[in-house]
Design a protein around this ligand. Structure first.
Ligand code: DC
Length: 223
């Protein structure tokens, strides 16, 4: 049992800004539960699509989302969302259909409200799992989910560099369009929250970014 203070690290940023790789590295370094909230919006979107619900049908989405039974399954150091007992396969949540629909689903206040308590509940999941804290990545973690987090970061990079990274991963994701939708929506738009540390990752490798954030986190921990 770890008796040191529980640490919450919030990482926000656009698609392919380097959030996931950075969060995974910090998770390993500081024994934090890794929580990728984009995967939660993706899982919910995948289930809606399976049920034949259109991304542009807010009333239907609202009705369906309220009835989903959400749980968490920890694999390694990562929290995966269970919906009605199932973890939706990665290939499905990262496929073209979900890529095209997820920003529309995530823009709906009813969906965000349904996931708010679930996301905050990851703190209890991490504590119960014996983690020293959690590192949560998304679009509104430092602004809405955990505005009081000890460490809040906002990663950004030039659009061309982000497109290059996504292509290297084999992704076919229209990240510029998704960012535009995520930044212009009314509910919790993508933006650097006041007081967060903004990091431009365009010309920095993963190791450099991780070293920078690790230094700040270690400073917070007094290490
Ligand atoms: O991080 P990602 O690209 O997997 O996120 C998928 C979508 O989910 C993205 O278009 C925006 C949305 N999202 C959000 O609105 N809020 C979050 N905290 C995380 C993701």
């Amino acid at each position: 049992m770890d008796t040191r203070p529980f640490l919450i690290v919030a990482i926000d940023g656009g698609a392919a800004s380097g959030k996931s790789s950075t969060a995974r590295a910090l998770s390993a370094r500081f024994n934090l539960l890794h929580v990728d909230t984009g995967s939660f919006y993706r899982a919910v979107t995948a289930v809606l699509l399976r049920r034949g619900v259109a991304a542009h049908d807010p009333a239907r989405i609202e009705a369906e989302v309220g009835g989903l039974r959400l749980g968490t399954r920890i694999t390694g150091r990562s929290a995966g969302m269970e919906i009605n007992g199932e973890v939706i396969p990665d290939a499905e949540i990262r496929g073209a259909a979900v890529n095209g629909a997820v920003s529309h689903v995530a823009a709906l206040p009813a969906v965000r409200a349904a996931l708010l308590a679930y996301q905050r509940g990851q703190e209890g999941v991490a504590r119960a799992g014996g983690f020293r804290g959690l590192v949560m990545e998304g679009r509104d973690i430092g602004s809405v989910i955990f505005p009081g987090a000890a460490c809040r970061f906002f990663l950004h990079a030039d659009p061309a560099e982000r497109a290059r990274r996504r292509a290297l991963e084999g992704g076919q994701d229209a990240i510029a369009l998704r960012d535009q939708l995520d930044s212009s929506r009314k509910a919790a738009p993508l933006a650097c929250p006041p007081g967060a540390v903004a990091v431009d990752t365009t010309h920095q490798g993963l190791d450099e970014v991780v070293a920078l954030l690790s230094g700040i986190i270690a400073g917070q921990l007094g290490e």
